[in-house]
Design a binder for this molecule. Sequence first.
Ligand SMILES: Cc1cc2nc3c(=O)[nH]c(=O)nc-3n(C[C@H](O)[C@H](O)[C@H](O)COP(=O)(O)OP(=O)(O)OC[C@H]3O[C@@H](n4cnc5c(N)ncnc54)[C@H](O)[C@@H]3O)c2cc1C
Length: 278
Amino acid sequence: MFHAVVAIKQVPDTTNIRIDPETGNLVRAGVPAILNPYDAHALAAAVEWKGKLGGKVTVISMGPPSFKASIGESIELGADRGILISARQFSGADTLATSYVLAKAIEKINSEDPVDVIFFGKQAIDGDTAQVGPGVSVRLGIPVITYCSKINQIDCEEKTIVVQRNAEIKTELIRATLPVVLTCEKEIAKVPFASLPNLVKALRYEPEIWGYEEPLELDREKVGTKGSPTIVYKTATPEQPVAGELLDCEILGVAQVVKTVLAKDKFSVLIESAVGGK
Ligand SMILES: Cc1cc2nc3c(=O)[nH]c(=O)nc-3n(C[C@H](O)[C@H](O)[C@H](O)COP(=O)(O)OP(=O)(O)OC[C@H]3O[C@@H](n4cnc5c(N)ncnc54)[C@H](O)[C@@H]3O)c2cc1C
């Protein structure tokens, strides 16, 4: 039977991320949150393959208690089990600490119920590093295929998978052995509308909460800020380019357009120096 684990992250529902200037951490308070869009597509793919092969889908997330909402949404979308790894000590984790805790959680899940495919989104839309999936695969010592756009085949008997991967100027068809980590593009699967039974199940569903002390045996030096050699030191939103002014020769006439252009500060400096140079 097929067993997929999907790592999901809750992210702010905005492209204008606010960062605490003191700590460099993301400000979550007062910002509407959503399931990271790439993770929703990765989850849809896992559920789709559960439908084809039979089996189950487990979602895991590391974050504050508010992340329960995204686990609930995952149950609506067809996940069977949801685990939230949550404790004050995990906060401030960079990708190294995040991938350490997620890998430990996956090891535990796998020891009870062997895992075939571990799905990640291509990237989280807040941190944007795209490092967590590959980081987990290295810690687990299993292959990773990034930027997956399609799963062509999963064979749980032969323990193989064939996926399509988007590279810059070509599409690759890759065959790998299971278990495998995939990081997924949105094309991997359409996010379906939740079915009524799943909606009802999600209403009553309480995710398992895994804490700092148990059930994972964690090296305390490797979690949270202690285990995070990087911090977000400073962030700023890049200035948006302002649209240029359009002068239409057919409407204004060429003479007027040239006059207007020459009257612009930057152009007059340019022209002057060009004339001066001759
Ligand atoms: C603006 C900003 C910049 C940051 N820059 C850095 C940086 O340069 N270096 C650094 O080490 N950290 C950075 N961080 C911290 C980073 O957000 C956290 O380490 C985070 O837990 C994982 O990184 P990411 O969001 O980039 O995830 P990505 O690696 O982009 O996420 C890929 C996938 O991993 C899974 N995933 C990610 N986080 C979780 C989670 N908590 N639980 C379950 N699944 C998860 C999801 O499937 C997701 O789609 C930054 C955070 C912010 C808000």
